[in-house]
Write a protein that binds this ligand. Structure first.
Ligand code: GDP
Length: 444
């Protein structure tokens, strides 16, 4: 999971001061030292760390903070604010040209995930924003790049424009835009050529395409797992192409998070999206505030609900929201949601979005294996309707019967009932959080 180590360290550092009624300058200094180490260990750019610490310290040592009634909480808020600023402050949305089509040039090094991301972005534009994108195969050098894009187009039922590999990328891009106009396609996504390393020839070609088509956006795709290399690549591309945004891929595999926390500050260009997996729906708009909350263990309930809304139909989503709000969730709902949740993405990632989830025993490093899920389903199906409604009536003899009926063990039945109970409690906590913003802090 992204930011795992950093999240753990920051949360335990902040935990120490959270409840303190009085903070001294020495407390703040000690805390800053720990935060500094945590950020460096997460592979955040050295200068970025230095400036970040300076800003937090200046604000934290301000008279009104140290002498306030809740200095610990105020400092937590400052760290949250500054993390949010570090990642760009507000969400940076995708451009819309005054006259369609909006042209987006996708650039990046080979292997970063450029072609995959082009497909994901087209899918996002259509599914979330109701747009009509045209994919353009302008990577004429990498063998199979054109085929790869065509395959993605087929899979997504989206049109792909290609003139093979004998026509120049500038010509392909120009003709694609004409075609989009004729066909009333409102977005054009140009998958340009990548290289293993930055070289002059590649840059010249990208500059030529840029000058010829005057794109509304130039998105650089970089691999988060390469850490500071990704930041250097971004800096370099930005210098030569003046990119408009970054898409950070493979954040699902990046446990440190250094690139995500450094890129904005180093390049002054926003992160627009993050890639969270190989599937076509594994692309999330980047929200600095939500990401800061995730890092500090406050959860990201908004993204979770958005995911639910894309994968479950609207009425069902409303029902789910109501059930969570009133905590009247039964085992029947659980069974149904299990199916839905599996469509939403890897479970460890979803759990990471729940407030305080990493503090809950049993949820941390949870590994769901499919066989176990089949057992869970069998256990629930062996319950009587009444038991599903009111799990508290399931006593020892009922547990025995359920285990026998489902072909599982009493331990498994016990574990499931306990987990279900914890889940309901967590829903209550989430509900509390959404009602009053001030209560957020209570989840540390
Ligand atoms: P390109 O050379 O930049 O066009 O790279 P590709 O689009 O061919 O992607 C390279 C590899 O990275 C492929 O195996 C993709 O499935 C994988 N990939 C791309 N984005 C992500 C992501 O967000 N998460 C993960 N786990 N894999 C990704």
């Amino acid at each position: 999971m992204a930011f795992e180590g950093l999240a753990d360290r920051l949360q335990s550092t902040l935990q120490k001061i959270r409840g303190k009624g009085k903070l001294t300058e020495a407390d703040v200094n000690e805390m800053m030292r720990e935060i500094r180490l945590a950020l460096l260990e997460a592979d955040v750019n050295f200068k970025v760390v230095k400036d970040f610490i300076k800003r937090v310290k200046e604000r934290a040592i301000g008279q009104e903070i140290l002498q306030s009634l809740t200095p610990g909480q105020q400092v937590v808020k400052i760290v949250h604010d500054e993390l949010k600023q570090l990642m760009g402050g507000e969400q940076s949305k995708i451009a819309v040209a005054s006259k369609p089509p909006t042209v987006i040039m996708m650039v990046g090094l080979q292997g970063a995930g450029k072609t995959t991301t082009t497909g994901k972005l087209a899918n996002h534009l259509r599914k979330q924003l109701n747009r009509k994108p045209l994919l353009v195969a302008a990577d004429i050098y990498r063998p199979a790049a054109i085929n790869q894009l065509q395959t993605l187009g087929k899979q997504l039922s989206l049109p792909v424009f290609s003139l093979g590999d004998k026509v120049s990328p500038v010509e392909i891009a120009k003709q694609a835009i004409e075609k989009a106009k004729e066909e009333h396609q409102d977005y054009v996504l140009i998958d340009t050529a990548g290289r293993l390393h930055i070289d002059e020839e590649l840059m010249q070609e990208l500059v030529d395409v840029k000058e010829a088509v005057k794109p509304d956006e130039i998105y650089l795709v970089v691999d988060a797992m390469t850490g500071q290399d990704a930041v250097n690549v971004a800096d370099n591309f930005n210098e030569q192409l003046d990119i408009t945004g970054v898409i950070l891929t493979k954040l699902d595999g990046d446990t440190r998070g250094g690139a995500a926390l450094s890129i904005r500050e180093v390049t002054d260009k926003p992160i627009k999206f993050v890639g969270m997996g190989e599937k076509m729906d594994a692309l999330e708009p980047f929200h600095p505030e939500r990401m800061a909350s995730r890092i500090l263990g406050m959860g990201d309930v908004l993204t979770l609900i958005e995911k639910a809304q894309t994968n479950i139909d609207e009425n069902k989503a409303k029902e789910l929201e109501k059930k969570m709000r009133t905590a009247s969730f039964t085992f029947d709902d659980f069974l149904e949601q299990l199916g839905n949740v599996r469509k939403m993405g890897p479970l460890d990632e979803l759990i990471g979005m729940l407030p305080g989830a990493n503090k809950m025993k049993g949820l941390k490093n949870v590994q769901i294996d499919e066989k176990q899920l089949v057992h869970v389903e069998a256990i629930i199906q062996s319950m009587t309707p009444k038991e599903k409604e009111s799990p508290e009536i399931i006593n020892a003899s009922r547990r025995k019967r359920i285990a026998k009926g489902s072909g599982t063990t009493i331990q498994e039945v016990n574990r499931l009932i306990k987990q279900f109970d914890e889940m309901r409690k967590m829903m209550k906590q989430m509900t509390g959080m959404q009602k009053g913003k001030g209560k957020k802090k209570g989840n540390f």
